[in-house]
Design a protein around this ligand. Sequence first.
Ligand code: XMP
Length: 401
Amino acid sequence: MILMSNVDFDADSFIESKLNEIREALGEGRALIAVSGGVDSTTCALLTRKAIGKNLLCVFIDTGLMRKGEPENVKRSLAKPPLKLPLKIIRARRSFMSKVRGLTDAEDKRKAFREAFYSTLAIVAEKEGCNWLIQGTIAPDLIETRGGVKTQHNVLEQIGIDPKKIYGFKVLEPISTLYKPQVRILSRRLGLPESACERQPFPGPGLLVRCVGEVKPGKLSVLKEVTDIVERAFASSGAQQYFAAVIDNRIADAPGEIVRTLKSTLQLHDEILNVKILQSQATGVRDGSRIYGRMVSILSPPEKSNPQTVLDRAISKSAEFIESNPEYTRLLIETGGARGRKPYSAIIRAVNTEDYMTARPLRVPWTMLRRVSSRILNGNLSLSTVYYDLTPKPPATIEFE
Ligand code: XMP
């Protein structure tokens, strides 16, 4: 695989060489592409349609793990002008829920999702006479899967799965040498509307990786509502990716040693150093590989202690703290709490990043975090606490699973 830098990237010659490559590989064959409405799969669909015209069929699988209104929005943006892609929507909510039910481990959940995803595509491919599957896999998907950071749902051959043998189609990945900024350049060249070119990424397994631990219908509905609130609140924040996760509300007191280490690393005073440990696990990266760890949270600083200073300092010191305490993968700060014990808590994540392989938490006004947290807690959503994630990637990942 030849990786290109942004400066070297010439969208026109890339398009020309890929059109030849796609036509040569597919010949008169029919192809399927699973689209999500995101920039990678849509760009890939536009490129492939340019190459093989009506021999391409786009499929959107409604897994039930998408955001509020997503299937309708995808249908509107892809099937209607200006794109007018040939789109088939497959309703498969029940089968995805039954595959992930009862699973708590992040990799088991990803694996179950992948199996449900490709089995669904295999049925459609057979029915529609498609012997090729086109995928919008990009360079970081391959690099991070191979490096052991995560098993991306759309990576098959690289982890020893022969798609032809198991699912009956061959896979072609025309944009797998590109990074996100290059995909965005390419998408503009192929006529994707500006708002879609700059759309923030959404993981293939959808809310599965943000519904931390076991996915239950009630927990998933809460996540959909919180996601909606957070996406609206952060839309003009300047972050490249922003979202919410929901965790089971199980907490423990922090061991004295962690409190002492945090206190010295973050240079905090006694009165604001209430610390708790969240029992849910979140993924992180250590030496290029994926690890799991619990999350540490400092409680909401009192107004008199200048919360903005505490927040900024905690953001700048979080990597140092996590790197020297490898059983933990995240440092959080509590940004709001409700009265009484509720089953779930929410975490807000907002990051700045160029390539999504490294990321920095967005430096946000404390008042904004308080406002968004109140909005979430006032929504009557069975949530005890709202946290903000202070950890860069590495040592954390962007997603929670
Ligand atoms: P992580 O969590 O690995 O995420 O730091 C890096 C970027 O990749 C997105 N992501 C995924 N995208 N399928 C996808 O298509 C996946 O399985 C997947 N997992 C993470 C994530 O949202 C971020 O932009």
